[in-house]
Write a protein that binds this ligand. Structure first.
Ligand SMILES: C[S@@+](CC[C@H](N)C(=O)[O-])C[C@H]1O[C@@H](n2cnc3c(N)ncnc32)[C@H](O)[C@@H]1O
Length: 290
C-alpha cells in the first residue's frame, strides 16, 4: 500500500472543494451518498475485484465504497482511499473504525499527482475523476497505481439532459438569475465533463489505457425526503446551486420566488420514498496494458 503523500490544496479547484463544498456535502450527505450508491450498487457485483486484491478508491469522499471494497478483498487484501478533502476523510476513518475494517487507509491527496505504488489490481472512482483539472494527467496518474493488467473503473455522469435531477432545477433557477460568469469559482471541469464517449475514449487512450469499455447505468435518485428538503439541496449544490451562489445578493432578493418555483416543479416527483428523479451515468472501464 502506498504511503507517499502528495500535498492536496495545490489547485484552486481543490481549495474550492475544501472551502465551499465540504460543509454542503456534509449537510446533504444523506442525499449524496444515498443517491450515488444507486450507481455503484448496479455495477459493483460485476467488477473484477476479489479476495486478496489491492484496490485504490480515487476521490473516495465519505469512504463508503472504499469500506465496501475492504470487506470484499478481505484481510489478505488492502484498500487505499484518496481524497483531496480531509473533511470527508474524517467521516470515512470514523465509519471504517466503527465497521471494524482494518485493511483500509485513507489519505489526503490530489489524485492527479499522488505518488502511487504500481501494485494495485484495481483502481476505482465514483464521480471523482470528472473534477480533475487536467483529466488526461489525472487518468494517467491513476494508471500508475495499477500493476500491469490491472483495471480502472470510473463512474461519471452522462449529459445534463440525461440527468434531470440536476438539469431541471438549473433551468428553473436560470429563469430568475443570470448564468455564472467565466470567472465563477468552481469545483473543476464539473459533473458532465466526462459525458462525451468519444472524448473520454481519447483521453483514456492518451493516458495509456487499453480495452476501454462504456456501459450506461440509469437509476432513480432521491433528491430530498420532502419537496422543501429537495429545494434546499438544489439551492446549495449542483448546477442550480452554482447559479444561485454566483448571483450573490440578487439571488437572496429572488429567493422566495425561486423556492416557490422549484417547490412547485419538484413536488411533481413526489413518491412514498421522497422526491425521486431520473439520473444516468457511465461505467467506464479500461486496463493498464501488460
Ligand atoms: C462527487 S464527490 C464523490 C465522492 C465519493 N466518491 C462518492 O461517490 O460518494 C467527488 C469527490 O472527488 C474528490 N476530488 C475532487 N477532485 C479531486 C482530486 N483532484 N483529487 C482527489 N480527490 C478529488 C472530492 O473531494 C469529492 O470527495
Amino acid at each position: 500500500m502506498s504511503t507517499a503523500e502528495a500535498p492536496a490544496g495545490s489547485s484552486e479547484f481543490v481549495d474550492f472543494w475544501n472551502e465551499v463544498l465540504v460543509p454542503k456535502f456534509v449537510k446533504y450527505r444523506h442525499i449524496l451518498v444515498g443517491g450515488l450508491t444507486h450507481h455503484s450498487a448496479k455495477i459493483l457485483p460485476s467488477l473484477e475485484v476479489g479476495e486478496g486484491d489491492k484496490v485504490v478508491d480515487v476521490g473516495c469522499g465519505f469512504g463508503d465504497t472504499a469500506i465496501e471494497f475492504a470487506r470484499r478483498v478481505g484481510p489478505s487484501g488492502s484498500v487505499l482511499g484518496v481524497d483531496c478533502c480531509d473533511g470527508f476523510l474524517e467521516f470515512a476513518r470514523a465509519d471504517a473504525k466503527a465497521a471494524g475494517v482494518e485493511n483500509l487507509v485513507f489519505v489526503e491527496g490530489d489524485a492527479q499527482s499522488y505518488r502511487f505504488e504500481p501494485v494495485h489490481d484495481f483502481c476505482f472512482s465514483r464521480f471523482g475523476t470528472q473534477f480533475f483539472e487536467n483529466p488526461v494527467a489525472g487518468l494517467r496518474n491513476m494508471r500508475t497505481a495499477l500493476r500491469p493488467g490491472g483495471v480502472m473503473t470510473m463512474i461519471v455522469w452522462r449529459t445534463i439532459d440525461d440527468n434531470p435531477w440536476l438539469g431541471l432545477p438549473k433551468e428553473i433557477v436560470l429563469q430568475y438569475l443570470p448564468p455564472p460568469g467565466d470567472d465563477a469559482r468552481t469545483c473543476g471541469p464539473g459533473p458532465f465533463s466526462m459525458a462525451d464517449q468519444d472524448m473520454v475514449t481519447r483521453q483514456l487512450e492518451i493516458a495509456g489505457y487499453a480495452d476501454i469499455e462504456f456501459e450506461r447505468v440509469d437509476a432513480p435518485l432521491m433528491v430530498g425526503r420532502t419537496a422543501e428538503d429537495a429545494v434546499e439541496f438544489q439551492i446549495a449544490l449542483g448546477p442550480a446551486g452554482e447559479v444561485y451562489r454566483e448571483a450573490g445578493e440578487e439571488a437572496e432578493r429572488r429567493r422566495d420566488d425561486i423556492d416557490a418555483a422549484l417547490k412547485s416543479e419538484l413536488s411533481k416527483y413526489e413518491t412514498p420514498e421522497g422526491i425521486v428523479m431520473a439520473s444516468s451515468s457511465w461505467k467506464i472501464s479500461a486496463r493498464n496494458p501488460d
